[in-house]
Design a protein around this ligand. Structure first.
Ligand SMILES: *Cc1c(COP(=O)(O)O)cnc(C)c1O
Length: 396
């Protein structure tokens, strides 16, 4: 729509070429890592034009940087947005959205299962500025819609959610937010632009922790927000002063990772579906949470709004946390870590990672079994991963 010249181009091609169609410094075919803090201007008038934004160019790397520009352009094209701006981390992007766009007295509606850091912003920081936040039950679309329709300034959605892979009905909830004039934000980290494009469903802003699937190699932190030029300009002005700027070297690593985004996500979608199907049939597994399984409560909506069901799944073991303690060390091909979205399989129990600070009762309220294991399925050959899980389950 907004990217006319990219209209008929498929995501795999966009991931490789967007922002990189022309050559760079001295004819370099690959993006240079521009580590320079500032940019010299021999002509004072030209300098003034750049400073006033009337001419393309750079002044100071906290504001803009040539390597970072290419990363923003590639993500803008992948999300089919008018504009994009980056941040040092996903949390810098998410808190940047809140602090740049909200004012005291305003109201936010969201869900209980947002990313842990996001819920801390909702519960501890926004209230300090007299911004009221209502966090609805994530599975209850009627309740979320009703809360939004009561009136709110920002509707913050995330789907699929961490760690139990609940799926929000984006079309329906976005429509509710728009009806009351709210800015609708969607955290698309778990889905990636390969599987889901919330802007196409009417959202105003889409945000990613680029640290996860976007970079894909677990070696760079970053955040990105895509949306209308109007809103992105506001976020950029805030970030320029707040200072949570993406570093050029990280931007380079994220760009390098992005080139294989389509390949990685296709493989992770199919690996996760195969692993979920295997786990679902295993007698020692209590429950599998994956929207790609036909009996999953999110299946029908996911099928509507996603092109793939993502590389994230979680499952609980029969026998409680004791079994998790036995199972985890037996796995050969997975990092046991609080991370996701890398080329390698990564596993971790929410009880010791994302939800470690909650009591057992609170986890229960969120529907998080004590024996839950979250799994970010990598790009490995799936036969090896299933065999590995099989021997680990056998041993417990
Ligand atoms: C990791 C994550 C974030 C935060 O990103 P950082 O880059 O770690 O700051 C936000 N949302 C989701 C869904 C995430 O998984």
């Amino acid at each position: 729509m907004t990217n006319n010249k990219w209209d008929d181009i498929k995501p795999g091609t966009k991931a490789v070429w967007a922002g990189e169609e022309k050559s760079f410094l001295e004819g370099a075919a690959q993006v240079p890592v521009v580590n320079s803090v500032s940019y010299t201007h021999d002509d004072v008038d030209e300098w003034l034009d750049v400073a006033l934004g009337e001419r393309k160019g750079h002044i100071y790397s906290r504001n803009t940087n040539p390597t970072v520009d290419v990363f923003e352009e590639k993500m803008r094209v992948l999300e089919d947005a008018e504009a994009a701006t980056s941040f040092s981390t996903g949390m810098a992007a998410i808190s940047g959205i809140m602090f740049a766009l909200l004012s005291p007295g305003q109201r936010v509606v969201s869900v209980k299962d947002t990313y842990g850091g996001t819920s801390v912003v909702f519960m501890e920081h926004l209230p300090r500025f007299n911004i009221n936040v209502t966090m609805c039950e994530t599975h209850d679309q009627d309740a979320i819609e009703a809360e939004a329709l009561k009136g709110c300034d920002l509707l913050y959605l995330e789907t699929p959610t961490n760690p139990t892979m609940k799926v929000l009905d984006l079309q329906r909830l976005i429509a509710a937010g728009k009806k009351v004039g709210a800015i609708v934000v969607v955290d698309n980290t778990f889905a990636t632009p390969i599987n889901q494009n919330p802007l196409a469903l009417g959202a105003d802003l889409v945000v990613h922790s680029a640290t996860k699937f976007i970079g894909g190699h677990s070696d760079a932190l970053g955040g990105i927000v895509c949306g209308s030029k109007d809103l992105i300009d506001k976020l950029y002005s805030f970030r320029e002063i707040n200072g949570a700027t993406l570093d050029a070297h990280s931007a380079y690593l994220l760009l390098r990772g992005l080139k294989t985004l389509k390949l990685r996500i296709d493989q992770q979608n199919s690996n996760a579906l195969a692993l979920a199907t295997y786990l679902e049939a295993h007698p020692k597994v209590e429950q599998v949470f994956y929207p790609g399984l036909e009996n999953d409560p999110g299946y029908n909506i996911a099928k509507e709004q996603m092109r793939g069901f993502s590389g994230m799944l979680s499952f609980s073991l029969k026998g409680g946390f004791e079994k998790v303690r036995e199972f985890l060390p037996q796995i050969r091909f997975a990092h046991r870590a609080a991370h996701l979205g890398g080329v390698e399989t990564i596993i971790g129990p929410p009880r010791t990672t994302s939800h470690v600070e909650l009591s057992e009762a609170d986890r229960q309220k969120l529907g998080i079994p004590e024996s839950l294991i979250r799994c970010s399925v990598g790009i490995e050959d799936i036969g090896d991963i299933i065999a590995d899980f099989d021997q680990a389950l056998e041993s417990i």
